[in-house]
Design a protein around this ligand. Structure first.
Ligand code: SAM
Ligand code: SF4
Length: 346
């Protein structure tokens, strides 16, 4: 892949930052680089998923151009996700190319969220390209449970990937989805393990995204309950640390580590939302919890200049909603949103 031509990322042309109708500056972009994955986690995908045809998916050059356009409009932090970002062919070419924005100081941070299965292969390269922190998703330390949750994954490979990432100097945050009757009795163990290795841990509530062939009610474990149980065992000290997202953090006094709670079903984070998401087809979602989206692929492909693209981005940010509409309850058995998490990448 050729790196992006200077005319496509021209910092000499001052462009206004992206600010939505509620005065929230958009400084964080999450980019799903593929809808494919080498796992089939039960809360994320059905076993038989159909994936997008290649022609619909943006090329690495197109993804680079799109990401660069957002950086030109004030995005300072970017996270690559998926599907599994590290199974996208040539992904390191994109990381290498985006690293120029880190070097130029136009981007503060390039990170990724991964299932960890490919980290033994890529950790050193990621670090060499300026990636400093990554999120690794891991819901259990029990190999059989891990296989049951991911359907296709192998715990050993992920643990080896985590070793490789730490050896490469990457800072790791572990993300674990709290699953009723599955890993709820293992959460203290996950905390001790992660904090013992110098990694933060964030617990995530199951979100109602996409048909997965299993009831959400069976999986849903409110984090308020998890937190109350943990508080009987540990001293949880509230931290002010905020990311602009739905996570709230505490310090576990006994381990010294940070523990996050992502409760997307609550609305208390929307007012500070600084992020938008773009899929591998160039669809921009202004809110994780709403259907409204804007097609950026058409303006991207329509012209070599970025003017149409900027206009489409401006128009879309102008419609960013105030908050989301997630509900899981007995009256709403269908997913609140038809798309899977692997489309927008969480
Ligand atoms: N494949 C990568 C991974 O697993 O980290 C990146 C994409 S994955 C969709 C991003 C995160 O979303 C993971 O931490 C995963 O556990 C979480 N996730 C997937 N489906 C979810 C759901 N329905 N509710 C809550 N979290 C979900
Ligand atoms: Fe793949 Fe991540 Fe979804 Fe699991 S959560 S199926 S690893 S995209």
């Amino acid at each position: 892949m050729n790196s992006v031509r200077p005319s496509e990322f021209d910092t000499a042309v001052a462009r206004p930052a992206l600010v939505d109708p509620f005065g929230r500056a958009i400084s964080y972009l999450r980019v799903s680089v593929t809808d494919r994955c080498d796992f089939r986690c039960v809360y994320c995908m059905a076993e038989n998923m159909s994936f997008l045809p290649k022609a619909d998916v943006l090329s690495l050059e197109e993804l680079d151009r799109l990401c660069s356009a957002f950086v030109a409009r004030g995005v300072r932090k970017m996270r690559l996700t998926g599907g599994e970002p590290l199974v996208r062919r040539g992904i390191m070419t994109l990381v290498a190319s985006l690293s120029r924005l880190l070097q130029s100081g136009d981007l503060d941070e390039l990170t990724l969220t991964t299932n960890g299965s490919q980290l033994t292969k890529y950790a050193a390269e990621l670090a060499a390209h300026g990636v400093r922190r990554i999120n690794v998703s891991l819901d259990t330390l029990d190999a059989d449970k891990f296989r049951a949750i991911t359907r296709w994954g192998e715990l050993d490979k992920v643990l080896a990937g985590i070793d490789a990432a730490q050896a490469a100097g990457l800072k790791i945050k572990i993300n674990a989805v709290a699953l009723k009757d599955v890993n709820e009795d293992e959460i203290a163990k996950l905390i001790e393990w992660a904090h013992g290795r110098g990694m933060d841990l964030t617990l995530i509530e199951v979100m109602p995204l996409g048909e997965i062939g299993e009831g959400r009610l069976e999986q849903y474990l409110p984090l308020s309950m998890v937190r109350a149980r943990l508080a009987e065992r540990y001293t949880l000290e509230d931290l002010d640390y905020r990311t602009g997202g739905p996570a709230r953090y505490v310090r576990v006094a006994e381990t010294g580590g940070k523990l996050g709670f992502i409760t997307p079903m609550t609305h208390n984070f929307c007012e500070s939302c600084n992020r938008v998401r773009v899929t591998c087809t160039g669809t921009l979602y202004m809110c994780l919890g709403q259907e409204d989206a804007a097609d950026l692929r058409k303006p991207l492909r329509a012209s070599e200049s970025n003017e149409l693209l900027f206009a489409a981005i401006d128009e879309a940010i102008g419609r960013k909603p105030k908050g989301h509409d997630f509900i899981i309850d007995r009256r709403h058995k269908r997913p609140a949103l038809a798309r899977h998490m692997s489309v927008t990448g969480g």
